[in-house]
Write a protein that binds this ligand. Structure first.
Ligand SMILES: Cc1cc2nc3c(=O)[nH]c(=O)nc-3n(C[C@H](O)[C@H](O)[C@H](O)COP(=O)(O)OP(=O)(O)OC[C@H]3O[C@@H](n4cnc5c(N)ncnc54)[C@H](O)[C@@H]3O)c2cc1C
Length: 531
């Protein structure tokens, strides 16, 4: 080492000493290394911890072979592995802290030495919900500038909840076989209990949320503690209708909130692929939801995981949720609907693999192929006509001897020679990976037959989410949807939009109706129609 290098090292040691100044507790570090196995990395790990050990006497180093009984006790299998303060934590480092990883090592010393996670308030709120063990594996490399951020997140989690959270920081160069096993070709990559929960570096709160939910999260919504919230508009339902209404209402100057009891995005969150939303040729439902939610958050406060239980429609209206009260001038019911299931074997398993509830969404996939539509009402007949029109070889299957659809639709069906199987029930949907055939039962002749098809479209109706609407006395249509006139319900100040209000059940129509409803609400606030 020449004089210049020595000066540089002394300078670095002084800088690091400053950073480690506040450390109060000893940091025992155990190095496990097996001569002949990964010697280059073992030597580098040894040098690194000794370097830090010279700076602060808080680091207490001990070295063992991999066959030592402590290795078995702490499940150490790879050479080299550093085990940090095993009396308090379960943090292992597989490899040597080289390059960018030196920053991670520093952070580990600071957190472990101070026995503080330094998590921010929002992350603490999330991590306290984790009540099951999590083994985190974060794959890093010496040359990855994004790795320290993600590794720091994982360290904070392991320091905050040492009883439940264990951590392995894995250098991919020192552990190519582990990197291969977990397909960790790009770093940082993070697993919890062997499930991939993050690719790339995340903001701290999003990592904690991913660790809690056990899947990668892309949107973080901070929790709000207030028990009473004053606002202009409460939107019930965080599907496309509610989110779009939120954007439009807030842009009109109305203070608005969205309350969602389940998963944000409503039905879209469970849609594998959306192919009919303008501007987005093909997009995963979850990705579309993330885009919508991120956009809506620019304007509205969202209260996820909170159910609206009741509404007092006086002026101001009070909305009671499972967590608080909102005092508001208007309410938009955007609670959605769910399609009915046939409840036959194969339906659930093959859903998204030939079983569909929306011909407008999935019909074009089956152009030139054989499909059945199950149902006999307006939606089933309209969907059969739509499918026929786009070139699907479609047959209508109906359980009774007459269709319930309007005459004009039935005539159209007959004119187009679309086959109808009356008195026929689907008993099973079969197929290995995709729909291949259906088992049919004729309830008049009691005959059982099979029909080879590529798709089964189920159009046997919707169950609109109207229990709350019923409870507060909103009028419903004959089909059970919330009755409205230009989004206005029978109770002044209460509006409705999206699937719960009937009409076409599509993302774009729900979003459009949400926007129109918000503008109607704005106009009514300026000039109330009920006075
Ligand atoms: C599997 C599937 C695939 C689909 N594919 C497509 C497609 O490709 N293209 C397309 O255009 N459409 C598709 N659709 C239809 C589309 O998703 C819906 O039309 C649309 O989501 C309706 O939006 P919405 O906001 O009215 O209701 P929803 O999306 O149903 O959202 C309503 C929300 O309100 C919440 N809620 C209900 N009650 C309460 C309460 N009391 N308190 C708080 N929150 C409450 C619910 O939890 C729900 O999240 C599909 C639907 C399904 C099920």
């Amino acid at each position: 080492m020449n004089q210049e290098e020595e000066i540089q090292i002394q300078e670095a040691q002084r800088e690091i000493a400053k950073l480690l100044e506040g450390i109060k507790n000893d940091i025992p570090i155990f190095l496990f290394a097996q001569p002949g196995k990964n010697d280059v990395f073992s030597d580098a790990a040894r040098q690194a911890i000794r370097f830090f050990g010279q700076i602060t006497d808080k680091i207490v180093i001990r070295e063992f072979n991999l066959d030592h009984e402590l290795a078995a006790k702490w499940n150490v299998e790879h050479s080299p592995t550093l085990v940090f303060d095993p009396d308090h934590y379960n943090i292992h480092w597989l490899g040597a802290p080289l390059g960018e990883e030196g920053r991670i090592f520093m952070e580990a010393l600071i957190l472990i030495g101070s026995q503080q996670s330094n998590l921010n308030e929002q992350s603490l709120q999330v991590i306290k919900k984790i009540d099951q063990p999590r083994n985190i594996k974060v794959f890093v490399s010496a040359t990855c500038p994004y790795c320290p951020q993600q590794a720091l997140n994982t360290l904070k989690a392991a320091v905050e909840k040492p009883d439940l959270i264990s951590l392995e920081i894995i250098d991919i160069q020192a552990n190519p076989e582990l990197a291969n096993k977990y397909s960790a070709q790009s770093v940082p990559q993070t697993y919890a209990n062997d499930i991939l929960i993050a690719q790339g570096a995340q903001p701290e709160e999003l990592f904690m949320l991913s660790l809690d939910k056990m899947e990668q999260q892309t949107v973080f919504i901070p929790e709000i503690d207030e028990q009473e919230v004053e606002t202009d508009l409460v939107i019930i339902g965080g599907g496309p209708a509610g989110l779009s209404a939120g954007i439009y209402a807030a842009r009109s100057g109305l203070k608005s909130v969205v309350v969602e009891k389940g998963v944000l995005g409503g039905q879209v969150a469970t849609t594998p692929v959306v192919e009919n939303y303008p501007g987005l040729k093909q997009i995963g439902g979850k990705t579309l939801v993330d885009i919508m939610v991120t956009h809506a958050l620019e304007y509205v406060q969202i209260f996820p995981g909170e159910e609206v239980m009741g509404i007092d429609p006086e002026d101001p209206i009070t909305v009671h949720t499972s967590r608080r009260k909102f005092h508001t001038r208007a309410v938009l019911m955007a609670t959605g609907a769910t399609h009915r299931n046939l409840k036959v074997p194969g339906e659930l398993r093959l859903s998204g693999h030939g079983v569909s509830y929306c011909s407008t969404c999935d019909g074009p996939i089956f152009k030139g192929r054989k499909a059945i539509i199950v149902g006999g009402g307006n939606s089933a007949v309209t969907e059969a006509l739509h499918m026929h029109n786009i070139g699907v070889d479609v047959t209508l299957v109906h359980k009774s001897d007459a269709l319930k659809a309007q005459d004009v639709l039935v005539k159209n069906l007959i004119q187009n020679n679309i086959p109808i199987l009356f008195n026929t029930e689907v008993k099973e949907i079969k197929g290995k990976h995709n729909v291949e055939e259906v088992l049919l039962y004729n309830n008049k002749t009691e005959e059982i037959s099979t029909l080879a098809v590529s798709a089964v479209f189920i159009a046997i109706g919707y169950d609109p989410a109207v229990s709350l609407a019923r409870k507060i006395g909103l009028e419903l249509t004959e089909e059970g949807f919330i009755k409205h006139d230009q989004y206005r319900t029978n109770i002044p100040g209460i509006y409705t939009a999206g699937d719960v209000s009937g009409g076409y059940k599509q993302i774009v129509t729900a979003a459009g109706h949400g926007a129109e409803a918000a503008l109607t609400i704005f106009e009514d606030m300026i000039n109330p129609y009920w006075t």
